[in-house]
Design a protein. Structure first.
Length: 287
């Protein structure tokens, strides 16, 4: 870094430190998002026009693809971040490196680190972003819409007869989710029982034998494209599986269900219908 860049860096870092002081708090105008899910949530809050930088794979909504990229979520371009002069950086605890977050904070940037442990955290975070960006009304309206959707689906499906579900995140190694992960919670909301709910890791590695032994009623595939089709063919080749016998193996849009965003909540109705369909198939198979 040359002398001019160093001077610029220290000037920007100093200004950012001042702006982040409690007494000088102002609505945020320049945001950098360090996760595709955070990018979506900023748009959901009505503040998409304030985004000046995003990481790769920030592909929704379409406008996000036109925003300057500042690297991958675990390989950030710090010089580009300095050039963009954000007054707020949104980081994702589950994916961004702690050392990257600490470095940005030490450089004087205001970094808001968040994570969504529960489905209800999604509308809460949208509202928080709305407050920070002076988009309170827009964000509140969207958050309330999502809360109503969650309440409706819980009332409709959560207490129905249970359906054993296996959700596949990846194939080699075979990766799934536990019930602390938002996908596991989504299945539970729909009356599904995650066959690996009690695993310690959020995204545990499991064996095909463990899946076969658990014998799920429903298998959901979270891959994409040709890979996803290969997974489908692989599970369909195991006649011992109840899910195979009743044709309850389905491909899902991983981009939709593996990001904790408004789209995930909007997609829950489809997920609940799939689980309910399996519930009916399970009952028919008993007769």
């Amino acid at each position: 870094m040359n002398v001019y860049r160093k001077m610029t860096y220290y000037l920007i870092a100093g200004l950012l430190s001042l702006l982040s002081m409690p007494g000088l708090a102002q609505p945020v105008e320049r945001i950098i998002s360090l996760a595709p899910s955070l990018t979506e949530l900023v748009f959901s809050a009505g503040a998409g026009d304030k985004l000046v930088g995003v990481v790769s794979y920030s592909n929704y909504p379409a406008e996000a693809t036109q925003i300057s990229q500042i690297g991958h979520f675990d390989n950030l371009n710090l010089e580009r971040i300095i050039e963009l002069q954000p007054d707020l950086i949104l980081a994702w605890r589950a994916s961004n490196k702690p050392q990257d977050i600490a470095r940005l904070q030490n450089m004087g940037f205001r970094v808001l680190v968040r994570d969504t442990q529960q489905l209800d955290d999604i509308p809460n975070l949208i509202e928080e972003i709305g407050r920070l960006t002076n988009q309170t009304d827009t964000a509140h309206a969207e958050a309330e819409r999502l809360r109503q959707q969650l309440s409706y689906l819980r009332a409709q499906y959560q207490d129905k007869s249970p359906v054993k579900v296996f959700y596949q995140v990846w194939n080699q190694p075979l990766i799934t989710v536990n019930d602390e992960q938002f996908i596991g919670q989504a299945m539970a909301l729909c009356g599904g029982i995650n066959i690996f709910a009690d695993q310690t890791a959020l995204a545990p590695h499991v064996s095909r034998e463990a899946v076969i032994n658990a014998n799920p009623d429903l298998i959901l595939l979270g891959g994409m494209g040709e890979v996803q089709q290969a997974w489908l063919t692989s599970w369909q080749a195991i006649p011992l599986l109840t899910a195979q016998q009743t044709n309850q193996i389905f491909m899902l849009n991983a981009d939709l269900y593996q990001r904790p965003t408004a789209r995930l909540i909007d997609g829950l109705a489809h997920l609940c219908r799939l689980i309910d369909q399996t519930r009916s198939a399970k009952q028919l198979n008993r007769h």
